[in-house]
Every structure is written in structure tokens, then in C-alpha cells.
Unconditional design. Structure first.
Length: 91
């Protein structure tokens, strides 16, 4: 006996099957945080470059912060590109 097929996605409520996120809000957040994270990346990188061997926080910590902010910058920029492309195709 074959097991019953289950749907691929379960809908838990009254949301539509093709629900999308709020593109205006995502656009606003991406436009706000892309330059903010880019400035933070540059700031942490400059701060890490100017540290001395005995300073606090350590250079490796600042480099870690710069890398994390750089990844967040890339994530926000990619999201901004996706939102712009979706807004153009939906109009």
C-alpha cells in the first residue's frame, strides 16, 4: 500500500498561496542599511589598521567586525537589487 501524498507546502491560515513581502518596506530598509553597513565596514577596517599590538579591542576582533559588516552590506545590496527588479516587473 502506497502512503498518501502530502502537499509540498502547508498553509497555516488564510494567507494567499502566492504571498509576497512588502516591497516598499524592504526597499526602505535596504536603502537605509546598505550605506550604514558600508560605513561601518570602512570604519572598523580603518580602526583595525590603526591599532597597536597592545591596544584594546584587539585587531583580530575589529577585523571580525569589519568582515561581518561587509557581509551585511552585501546582503542588503543583493536584497536591494532583488526589490528593484521585482518592482520593475510588477508595474
Amino acid at each position: 500500500m502506497r502512503p498518501a501524498k502530502t502537499p509540498r507546502q502547508w498553509h497555516s491560515g488564510t494567507e494567499p498561496a502566492t504571498a509576497r513581502s512588502d516591497l516598499k518596506l524592504r526597499f526602505l530598509l535596504s536603502v537605509t542599511f546598505t550605506p550604514l553597513f558600508a560605513l561601518a565596514t570602512a570604519g572598523f577596517a580603518v580602526w583595525a589598521a590603526r591599532t597597536t599590538p597592545g591596544s584594546t579591542p584587539r585587531q583580530s576582533t575589529l577585523i571580525g567586525f569589519a568582515v561581518c559588516c561587509g557581509l551585511l552590506t552585501i546582503f542588503a545590496l543583493v536584497d536591494l537589487c532583488v526589490v528593484i527588479r521585482r518592482r520593475r516587473t510588477e508595474l
